[in-house]
Design a protein. Sequence first.
Length: 308
Amino acid sequence: MAAGPDVVTEALADIHRRLGALDEGEPAAYIPELARARREGFGLALVSMDGHRYQAGDAAEPFTLQSVSKPFVYALALAELGLDEVGRWVGAEPSGEAFNAISLEQGTGRPSNAMINAGAIATTALVPGATPAERFERILAGLSAFAGRRLDVDAAVHASEAATGDRNRALAYLMRGAGSLACDPLAATDLYFRQCAVRATAADLAVMAATLGNGGVNPVTGERVVGERVAVQVLSVMATCGMYDASGEWLLRVGLPAKSGVSGGLIAVSPARFGAACWSPPLDRSGNPVRGTAALRELSERFGLHLM
Ligand code: DON
């Protein structure tokens, strides 16, 4: 984006103002605590590679990461184990199915990719540590390094998902039965529920996205969080799988690696330029945020960001 700071600030304010009137979709309700979200809450944020931060609306309001955690935990697993070992447990093909589908490879039981629930649970199961607490601390420390500040867990959302997450436990047991889950199913799903309940703001998410776009170096803190190769691997999977069964349409119209979450968070990365994030709880039928999708599409068109 060759645009100067004032142009970016004005573009975010304008997009925020106009899309605030877009009142479609519904906040997720299958995790009861998420149904309490403020449907009019709407924040936009953008961080450039020189660490300049822009925002509009409710960019400082916290919400839980949910699936937006998946690319970052995938990055941590890749950094620990490398692509070949991680690839033994989780694939890199779009599933063309919903985020909670049983998309397991025939024969191996390996989930299609790390962006759907099954693949994310398999990825979380790879994070090393002597105890569950140590493993979660590794995840939280990693997510915090991406954000550039210490994040925390929303205990109410964690408890709500733990009380209702039987489908994810079932996915974990299916994978364990097929030999494609590296640890106990209940341990893996509890870690996964905790990572999904980590709380951040749109402003944090934009820094996290920018870190991936900056080859793994946080552009605000200067800390190297993961290697450049890992950042490229994560962006590749986000580009093909980050928006679930709407990933093809997203790449066609927006043209940026992205990841959505059911709490209404959405990140998109313009490699070597910026990380962008949106928060707005109402979701479309694929489970992607309605305003976030429209906002990123506008930003991409306005600044000619499509990668192709
Ligand atoms: O596992 C779940 O269902 C949630 N914790 C996360 C799902 C999610 O965010 C899907 N994204 N659109």
